[in-house]
Structures are given as structure tokens and as C-alpha cells.
Design a protein around this ligand. Structure first.
Ligand SMILES: [Fe+2]
Ligand SMILES: [Fe+2]
Length: 275
């Protein structure tokens, strides 16, 4: 069994301090196998914001897979935006823009979808699709394969018109072919889960978990939240944990079971019932 605390859109510079402390406490208590951070660590990619993000993430003493988001590239500082977009991210957070984690049960590949030109919507490049093929295709059917990006492959349930990550449909061909089971992303500041098949009928089922903003005050209508994911044999259980004004607590959850190489949603149930 593996457990993942999937946090996103921290936006240091706009962080809500009590929520930030509450998140640390909750994650430490839940003691995950690893922490995934799906981008937007800072609000404006400033040095001080990256330093704060780094200090904060260091307090989470778990293996981590981190990718940048569009806010980790400067927006208004045009010189930096186009000539050294991720210099500060690489200096303070990690210089690895294709983080890869693998153990006996899961494999996780992180990709940077943030771009200087398509600042808001991001993009996946041909090289990154090749990276997916090289790292994840050989593991098909042997491990649970997870891809981490910042931008979305599917729209939010209440905003079907939102732009998807650039080259989404081409990248979907690759993640389909390589047997990816789960895609973790953020950017929309709305926590929800879904299946690619809902939007692309006929395609193999691929589960998507979008995390809300974990600690930022840039909330949409939703409170701060993160996903706690449990992977066990042929089950993936995703629990959205939301801030209730005092602490993070379980809000909603969903379980997918892999049957005949297909992920099928089960009625909401605690994974403990399946043990
Ligand atoms: Fe964000
Ligand atoms: Fe974003």
C-alpha cells in the first residue's frame, strides 16, 4: 500500500498562515509515503516567496515529487519571464524538471507544463511526451503509473469551457498508450476527481485528481483543500480533505477499482472496508 498527500497551488505570498500550519499538522498525522506538489508554489515567483515555500516544504519530511506552475514563472518581469523563467524555482526548490519516483508499487513522473508564452494555460512538449514513453511505458501493467502536471486535462465540473493544457489531446494518446492510471494536477483551485472517459468516450479509463489550493487565500468558492490518495493493489482511493476553519477534515471520497484493466468507480467507501 502507498499513500500520497497531493497538495497544490500553495501560492506563497498569499498564504493563509493558520491554514498552512494546519496542513503541516494534518499531513504529518496522516504520515503519507510521499508528498506530491502540483505547482504554483509562489504567487509571483519572487525570491522571498520561493524561500518561504522551500522552508515550508522542508518541514514535510517525506519523499517529494514537485513540479512548477505558471505562477512560478514571473508574469510582469518580462526579461525574467522570457529569458530565465524558472531560474528561481530551480535555485530554491529543485533543478529537476522531470522528477521521477519509483518503488515496488508505484511510479510517478512529474512534468513542467508552465510556459513563458502560454503563461496561463501551459503546454506539454513533444520531448515531454517522449519522456512519458521512456519512463512510464515500460512499466505498463506492472506498477500503478502516475503523472503529475500543473495544468488540467479535463475541465472542472462547473466550468466546462475552461482551457485545457496545450496539446492535451496529443498527450492523452501517449498517456493512454503507456497505461497511465492516475493524473494529478492543480491550477483551477478546485478539488475534484474524474475519469478521462467522461470527456473522451472510447478512451481507456484514466483517473484524474485535481487538487484545490492547499493554503492560499486565492480561493474560489471552495475552502482550502488537498487530496489524500491511497493505492492498494487494484484500488485507488481519493479523499478530499478540506479546511473547516479550524483543521483539515475529510470532505468527500471516491474509490476506483481496476477490473479487467479498467478503472471503475465504486460507491464512496472507506478503503478500510476493502482490506
Ligand atoms: Fe494556482
Ligand atoms: Fe496555475
Amino acid at each position: 500500500m502507498r499513500t500520497i498527500a497531493h497538495i497544490s497551488d500553495l501560492h506563497f505570498g498569499t498564504e493563509d498562515k493558520p491554514v498552512a500550519e494546519g496542513l503541516l499538522k494534518d499531513i504529518k498525522e496522516k504520515n503519507p509515503s510521499l508528498v506530491v506538489v502540483s505547482g504554483d508554489l509562489t504567487q509571483r515567483a519572487r525570491t522571498g516567496q520561493f524561500k518561504d515555500a522551500k522552508e515550508y516544504l522542508d518541514r514535510l519530511e517525506f519523499p517529494k515529487v514537485i513540479v512548477p506552475g505558471n505562477h512560478d514563472i514571473p508574469l510582469f518581469d518580462i526579461i525574467r519571464r522570457f529569458f530565465s523563467p524558472l531560474t528561481r524555482y530551480k535555485k530554491y526548490i529543485t533543478d529537476d524538471l522531470t522528477p521521477f519516483y519509483k518503488d515496488e508499487e508505484i511510479a510517478i513522473l512529474g512534468l513542467n507544463t508552465a510556459r513563458s508564452f502560454t503563461w496561463k494555460n501551459g503546454r506539454i512538449s513533444e520531448e515531454q511526451m517522449q519522456e512519458i514513453k521512456e519512463k512510464l511505458c515500460p512499466l505498463k501493467m506492472r506498477l500503478i503509473e502516475i503523472l503529475v502536471i500543473h495544468h488540467q486535462f479535463i475541465p472542472a465540473p462547473d466550468n466546462k469551457n475552461v482551457a485545457l493544457v496545450g496539446r492535451a489531446s496529443k498527450a492523452l494518446e501517449v498517456i493512454d498508450e503507456c497505461g497511465i492510471d492516475l493524473v494529478l494536477a492543480g491550477h483551477l483551485h478546485e478539488g475534484f476527481t474524474g475519469d478521462i472517459q467522461t470527456y473522451h468516450p472510447g478512451r481507456r479509463s484514466i483517473i484524474i485528481a485535481q487538487a484545490g489550493t492547499a493554503i492560499s487565500q486565492r480561493r474560489r468558492d471552495d475552502p482550502n483543500s488537498y487530496n489524500f490518495i491511497t493505492i492498494k493493489d487494484n484500488l485507488i482511493h481519493i479523499e478530499i480533505r478540506k479546511w473547516n476553519g479550524n483543521m483539515f477534515e475529510k470532505s468527500e471520497d471516491v474509490t476506483y477499482r481496476k477490473t479487467d484493466n479498467k478503472w471503475v468507480m465504486e460507491a464512496a467507501a472507506d478503503l478500510a472496508h476493502n482490506e
